[in-house]
Design a protein around this ligand. Structure first.
Ligand SMILES: Cc1cc2nc3c(=O)[nH]c(=O)nc-3n(C[C@H](O)[C@H](O)[C@H](O)COP(=O)(O)OP(=O)(O)OC[C@H]3O[C@@H](n4cnc5c(N)ncnc54)[C@H](O)[C@@H]3O)c2cc1C
Ligand SMILES: *[C@@H]1O[C@H](CO)[C@@H](O)[C@H](O)[C@H]1NC(C)=O
Ligand SMILES: *[C@@H]1O[C@H](CO)[C@@H](O)[C@H](O)[C@H]1NC(C)=O
Length: 279
């Protein structure tokens, strides 16, 4: 929405990345009236099974045959060309607004963005970066582990691990604009300046760390579970592997909100990854 804080945050990124010489392409989903629902209309021509329409199956085949609707293909082209994708949005119900979720449902289709063989750190977009940049209505204390909404790292896990990292993206730490509507103008201006400053070094940042695929038995027979030897080695670790792979232990701090430092890597998480080299 043009007068919104989200539009201001987008414009800062646009200006700053252009200054650095990047070509920046914006998909303004509301302005495009982007279709949010994943339906049969997304396929040009016949479907394989119209009695029982299965979106994933149908779009996989339609994609291979070049029969996905033009609006999906146009967005997929942008993704293919992008080095970095910034998702700029207001947090709605702990998640994306519907139109952005629809973009994800429709554009990141099977075969284009992932397959069972190519996911997470083996994912199709492993040479690309992506990040969330969002505003909240809530104050930061509300999203603390002891705040009324619960830990923001938990909120971010399905979006950053389940969507972005699943497709292989290197996920940069989220840019969170806490409660701009309840902040004085000077604080809002400072948030935008902070974003501008961060953008200057954004492409050089280390991404967030996730549990590597090699830790798991990647077979249906093995249930895609942590390998027994890895589990054994992790048994003595005080913290879980990540926010989602907590193993019933305390979460590694800030796991979804900042990139791990060298010190973190020497600690709990990297040990798990280090064990890969021996198996
Ligand atoms: C359906 C729905 C679900 C929601 N769910 C959640 C939820 O789960 N959790 C949660 O925390 N919140 C939730 N919210 C709140 C929502 O996240 C916030 O309303 C939203 O993030 C605010 O962002 P905005 O861009 O709309 O801000 P705006 O209201 O557009 O902007 C805030 C202020 O910034 C000003 N501004 C605009 N441009 C500039 C500029 N260049 N410089 C300085 N100031 C500027 C505006 O004038 C305004 O005063 C929900 C809201 C809705 C509608
Ligand atoms: C999650 O992220 C926030 C940063 O916004 C941090 O302050 C909080 O303590 C984190 N929680 C955990 C368990 O890491
Ligand atoms: C988050 O989890 C990963 C995966 O185990 C770990 O390597 C990393 O150090 C953790 N991140 C932080 C900031 O602690």
């Amino acid at each position: 929405i043009p007068a919104s804080f989200n539009a201001a945050a987008r414009d800062v990124a646009l200006q700053e990345l252009k200054l650095q010489g990047y070509e920046v392409v914006v998909s303004d989903l509301y302005a495009m009236n982007f279709k949010a629902s994943a339906t049969r209309d997304d396929i040009i021509g016949d479907v394989r099974n119209s009695e029982h329409f299965q979106y994933g199956e149908e779009t996989l085949h339609a994609g291979m045959e070049g029969r996905l609707s033009e609006d999906i293909v146009a967005e997929q082209r942008k993704v293919t060309e992008a080095e970095l994708i910034i998702f700029q949005f207001p947090l709605y119900w702990f998640s994306f607004p519907a139109v952005m979720k629809g973009w994800i449902d429709r554009v990141l289709s099977q075969g284009f963005a992932f397959s069972l063989e190519k996911m997470y750190d083996n994912g199709i977009f492993k040479d690309k970066k992506a990040m969330l940049s969002f505003t909240t209505g809530a104050a930061p204390t509300m999203f603390q582990p002891d705040g009324i909404n619960g830990d923001i790292n938990v909120t971010l896990w399905p979006l950053q691990n389940g969507i972005l990292h699943f497709c292989g993206f290197q996920v940069l730490a989220p840019q969170i604009f806490w409660s701009p509507a309840h902040s004085p103008p000077a604080a809002r201006a400072a948030m935008l300046e902070g974003w501008r400053t961060r953008l200057k070094g954004l492409l050089a940042e280390n991404p967030l760390t996730f549990a590597r695929c090699e830790l798991f038995d990647l077979s249906f027979q093995g249930g895609f579970l942590l390998r027994p030897e890895v589990k054994e080695e992790l048994a003595t670790q005080p913290l879980g592997i990540s926010t989602g792979h907590h193993l019933g232990k305390p979460l590694p701090p800030d796991n979804q909100t900042r990139a791990a430092t060298a010190e973190d890597e020497r600690g709990n998480g990297k040990k798990a990854c280090g064990s890969i080299h021996t198996v």
